[in-house]
Design a protein around this ligand. Structure first.
Ligand code: AMP
Length: 399
């Protein structure tokens, strides 16, 4: 999927126009208080560009999974509007309405340079069903649609894709960066191109492995999924987590990698424990793991092996932890990989989710070229799947 040709906010005249912007304001809340405003801060460059260029900006997003009236109270975007207003130092009008008269009246009265936010689009079940009437009603608030919510770009919902049937549609800076960096790496990577995949299951990452095996020079596998591959190679894995029904698939992937002549690195040693517990006894096994022990992290030799493969890489893509990084005794492999990527000169791309969180917690975020803002969406991007929230946007040569 090539999205490098998608129009951005800079490719369309927004002056004097009402612009509906789909943001990802799905922020964590505790008792109505925002505990991390990163997503709000990240949305500002796009909003700022639009107001600076004479647009009247109408913001929309989902927040949480509102199901009934009670849960709707916890999923209001009101605190987000307030926080955005504080961060931007300007008024952000808020309506508890989504597509009704109040939202329309506020949008109609909105002047160039002003900002408003409508309530959580998921207050309507039509949103996730991508109902055309709901999408049309949303679209009727504005003249132009901007999608800047990468985290939901893999969903075909009304506010993420449906509205583009009724309005000229372009992307904001967040999606533009995801396309440029991730799309650029997949299309024309600086070599050697190294992919590091970890996490729990081969089955979750099989699409990514299949897509990347045709593109990379080196594929590195860590985490529990490595044990399915080691089992396929006839190495004993003791009581490690693995997927018995994916061993044949792992054999096929190993054969394919060999036929293609790419480097395929798997753990050569593992930190194993006698229980899935932070206080378990631990032991490093080289090669075979004895019964009664489960591998919960890559060992020191593997850390060095993986770090060495990353050292001279031109591009590195990383998705998924190398072990049970939530428990300190089994976090060292994930930390070592994060550090190796941070220390390399490679174009470094960190898939969302666990690896993005790890990189941020460890303080390596500013050393990475790109940390994706979407977990599921970045995985689907790397799988080469169509992302409806991006596919719906205009191409640069489209009038
Ligand atoms: P994923 O969501 O597929 O990226 O998987 C992340 C999860 O995989 C984390 O919660 C890790 O604790 C878990 N994980 C990684 N390595 C192992 C392992 N060796 N054994 C059990 N769980 C693991």
């Amino acid at each position: 999927m090539n999205y490098l040709n998608k129009k951005t906010i800079e490719d369309i005249d927004v002056n004097g126009k009402k612009v509906l912007v789909r943001c990802d304001f799905n922020v964590p809340l505790a008792d109505g208080v925002i505990t991390d405003d990163k997503r709000i801060r990240e949305s500002i460059p796009t909003i700022q560009y639009l107001v600076d260029h004479g647009a009247a900006v109408i913001l929309c997003s989902h927040l949480g999974r509102p199901k009934d009236e009670e849960s709707k109270k916890k999923c209001t975007l009101a605190p987000v509007a307030k926080r955005l207003s504080e961060l931007m130092g300007r008024e952000v009008k808020f309506t508890t309405d989504v597509i009704g008269d109040e939202a329309h009246a506020m949008a109609a009265a909105l002047k160039p340079g002003e900002i408003m936010m409508i309530e959580n689009v998921r207050f309507y079940k039509e949103e996730t069903k991508n109902d055309p009437d709901f999408a049309k009603a949303l679209a009727s608030l504005a003249d132009i649609y901007v999608n800047d919510a990468f985290g939901t770009a893999h969903r075909a919902h009304a506010s993420t894709a449906g509205v583009a049937d009724y309005l000229p549609a372009v992307c904001g800076y967040l999606i533009q960066k995801e396309i440029k960096v991730m799309g650029g790496a997949l299309e024309n990577p600086k070599r050697p191109f190294v992919a590091i995949l970890g996490g729990a299951k081969v089955s979750d990452k099989i699409g990514v492995i299949t897509n990347l095996i045709d593109k990379v020079d080196t594929l590195i596998i860590g985490g529990a999924m490595a044990y399915t591959f080691n089992a396929a190679r006839g190495i004993k894995i003791g009581d490690s987590k693995f997927e018995a029904d994916k061993v044949d698939l792992a054999k096929e992937i190993l054969a394919k990698a060999q036929a293609k002549g790419i480097k395929f690195l798997l753990p050569v040693d593992n930190v194993a424990a006698d229980a899935f517990d932070v206080n378990a006894n631990t032991k490093v096994f080289e090669g075979d793991i004895d019964d009664g022990w489960m591998g919960l992290d890559i060992g020191p030799k593997t850390q060095a092996l993986f770090a060495d493969a990353v050292k001279d890489a031109g591009t590195v893509i990383w998705n998924g932890p190398m072990g049970v990084f939530e428990m300190a005794p089994f976090a060292k492999g994930t930390i070592a990989v994060a550090k190796a990527i941070a220390d390399s000169k490679a174009i470094s791309i960190i898939g969302g989710g666990d690896s993005a969180a790890a990189v941020e917690q460890l303080g390596f975020a500013d050393k990475m070229t790109h940390i994706s803002t979407g977990g599921g969406a970045s995985l689907e991007f790397l799988e080469g799947l169509e992302l409806p929230g991006i596919a719906c946007l205009q191409d640069k040569d489209e009038k």
